[in-house]
Design a protein around this ligand. Sequence first.
Ligand code: PA5
Length: 420
Amino acid sequence: MFNINWDNIIEKDVNDKNKELAKKAIQGIKHKKETSEIGFMNVNEGIINTERLISTSKWIQDNADDFVVLGIGGSSLGGKTIVTALNNKFNKKGIRVHFIDNVDPDYFTDLLNSIDLKRTVFNVISKSGSTAETMAQFLVVYRLLFEKLGKKEAVSRIILTTDPKKGALRPLENSMGFKTLDVPQNIGGRFCALTDVGLLPAAVAGIDVKSLLKGAGEMANRSLTDDLVKNQMLEYSIVKYIHALKGYDISVLMPYSTKLFDFSLWYVQLWAESLGKQGKGQTPIPATGATDQHSQVQLFMEGPKDKLITFIGIKEHSNVVNIPDFETPIEAFSYLSGHTMKELLDAEMNSTQKALYENKVPSVKIELPKLDAYNLGALMMFFELATATTGEFMGINAFDQPGVELGKKYTYQMMGRKGY
Ligand code: PA5
């Protein structure tokens, strides 16, 4: 589990009114949990069939060299985040896991041309079973498999992950014999990373799904107290909220880790789609350290003072890379010799944070002991809970997305769907 360093925030005083708000927010979330209105905090309470997940992933590993996820939004980002963070994508021996979260015909064709369909398993993920992008991908892939391998093989090479009862995909389990997995009814798209949605791609990549759930479960348990001193998630949420009230309403997430870049994108969707409503919201920005020191940090430093930055540092990396001497000492880089890449990365994070603070840009630092399944599970649960809690502070429902419906309806109309 991780520490949070608060030294660089600007609004430090949580007044009684906000303490009261924090208490109410936790009560609100607990109530939603107890009445089963929301279920994402319960992922480590036996609602996920991990044995089925693991046996399905073993079958996939035995029968495929490529595993392709067809899905978009919450049906893709969570799995992608976990796989990017914990899988070695340069390992040529393991199964390759791909996420097609768009209907870009060029990217789609490039990917399909690069794989052997006879050695590929596809996972169609859609809670509703009606998302246009995912259904288009499904139709194309099914037809391709059908033509190349016949109906029986086509059906066996596509796994459907969808609502356990509702939606357009579920009936295909019985009518055509597709294998299926579940998106629990009370867990919405962007909160379902730690269900079959994100856990099957993770298990296929060889990631320890039980540890992901354990970390998530422990974070959920420790985040349900209304005591601000004991509850880091609540403290983080209230700090962000009070900064937003003072105009710091852009929320940057900047892990010093390339492997956590997709985590930033996952966070962006979670925060934006959950909290951007009724004319309210904090705009999330994804960033990566140290890379963005040569890109967005100029803006963070000298642009409008409207950003609160969350840094994520990793205390212990899996690899140590020593920076060696060069043949002839050259001052411009010889000072680096004798250090490690991690030392440089940490120095860059701490210096950037210090310089920003001196320039009146507030930040918080999450210190992750290690980037492993347990800590990633905890981190994902932390941000899911912080999103739900901030929704309570703001008095908005974090679990719907009415703002995307109109665009969807126009798409249906333009594509000739009946009734639109
Ligand atoms: O968070 C959400 O609810 C959305 O981003 C959905 O995940 C996304 O629209 C895909 O929906 P579905 O899983 O129904 O295809």
